[in-house]
Design a protein around this ligand. Structure first.
Ligand code: BDR
Ligand code: CA
Length: 335
């Protein structure tokens, strides 16, 4: 059976790292390449972290990494926007406002380098050269690279099979009272992608927070014994530590979501998600309090636009855990 061909667009990032590791186990997808974007960290760090993951998984000769956009399209241009505090400004000596994921992943340094070609150019060339409808993008960071490719090549969106993106939130938000981090970081890019006409599935925080993994489950994954399984377990434990500091419920449950890994799982097994809406969804780009919010129109018969996405509102936690564990076990047996 042929495996789905995918490109992963990432801002690695701990949960991106888990998604990448699972994809590189090779059991279920053909990973054509990885593009990096500013997001969790500044671009040079998301790229370096991505290369570290590729190297650690022993895929340096197979999986090429293309470095992409260094800044969001619009959101950091205004000195008064909250986004202008993040990402890290270019000038040496400028204070970093905040960093969500530490700098480097807990992985050895790597000699791997990104490709000379930039991510957006590579995306356009690859998609335009491929059979139409044969490649999917799993977008796990701000949508700057994808939106830029769509603007630069007007038929880019129509040549894709689909985009599955982790982002947005209906009842659950994290970057602001109204918005999720990936969408909030580059709201205009997200709106371009949402209105592109491409088949689109959105895996928001509402779904990923129903698929939290606990510390004892991380221990079980670690017991699989492979270096990939131990790394995934370490990342989960680290995330539980991080979430525990800011969320008393997660601290009590000793559990954390692995947002990006659920989006990869969904591309392969849509049944891992529950309560899906075929929805009209826009991103608030008005610059006010709801800037970066995914606005899902729930007015049933009153909606005049055709749905532009599948929006997940829940997840099957057990299914997701078994999928991760199964992939890691299968790879460990084969190595
Ligand atoms: C998303 O934002 C990033 O911090 C994570 O990597 C994930 O893609 C969750 O809101
Ligand atoms: Ca991410």
């Amino acid at each position: 059976m042929t495996k789905p061909k995918i490109i992963m667009d990432v801002d690695t990032g701990t949960d991106d790292a888990v998604a990448l590791t699972l994809a590189m186990l090779g059991g279920e997808v053909e990973l054509l390449g990885v593009t990096t974007v500013n997001g969790n960290l500044e671009l040079k760090l998301t790229t370096d972290n991505t290369l570290r993951v590729v190297d650690y998984c022993g895929k340096g000769d197979q999986v090429k990494v293309y470095s992409g956009c260094e800044y969001p399209l619009v959101s950091t241009l205004s000195p008064t926007s909250a986004q202008s505090l993040h990402p890290i400004p270019k000038r040496e000596g400028t204070k970093v406002a905040f960093a969500m994921h530490g700098d480097h992943l807990p992985l050895p340094e790597t000699n791997l380098k990104p490709q000379a070609k930039g991510a957006v150019l590579w995306l356009i060339e690859t998609i335009m050269a491929a059979e139409p409808g044969s490649i999917s993008i799993v977008a796990l960071g701000p949508l700057t690279n994808i939106a830029t490719a769509m603007r630069a090549e007007p038929s880019f969106a129509s040549r894709l099979k689909e985009i599955v993106l982790m982002g947005g939130g209906d009842r659950v938000c994290n970057a602001s009272p109204a918005a999720e981090f990936n969408i909030w970081t580059d709201p205009e890019a997200a709106e371009i992608v949402l209105q592109s006409g491409c088949k689109l599935s959105i895996i928001p925080l509402d779904a990923t927070h129903e698929a939290e993994i606990s510390a004892s489950e991380a221990d079980e994954l670690a017991a699989i014994g492979s270096k990939e399984a131990r790394f995934v377990a370490d990342v989960i434990r680290g995330r539980i530590g991080g979430y525990s500091l800011r969320d008393p419920d997660l601290a009590a449950r000793q559990a954390a979501p692995l947002h990006d890994a659920l989006a990869l799982c969904y591309l392969l097994h849509p049944e891992c998600v529950s309560k899906k809406l075929e929805a009209v969804c826009h991103v608030d780009i008005s610059g006010g309090r709801a800037y970066g919010r995914t606005v899902v129109d729930r007015r049933a018969n009153l909606v005049s636009e055709a749905p532009n996405c599948t929006f997940a509102l829940g997840a099957d936690r057990e299914w997701f855990l078994q999928w991760m564990s199964g992939l890691l076990k299968q790879a460990a047996l084969g190595s």
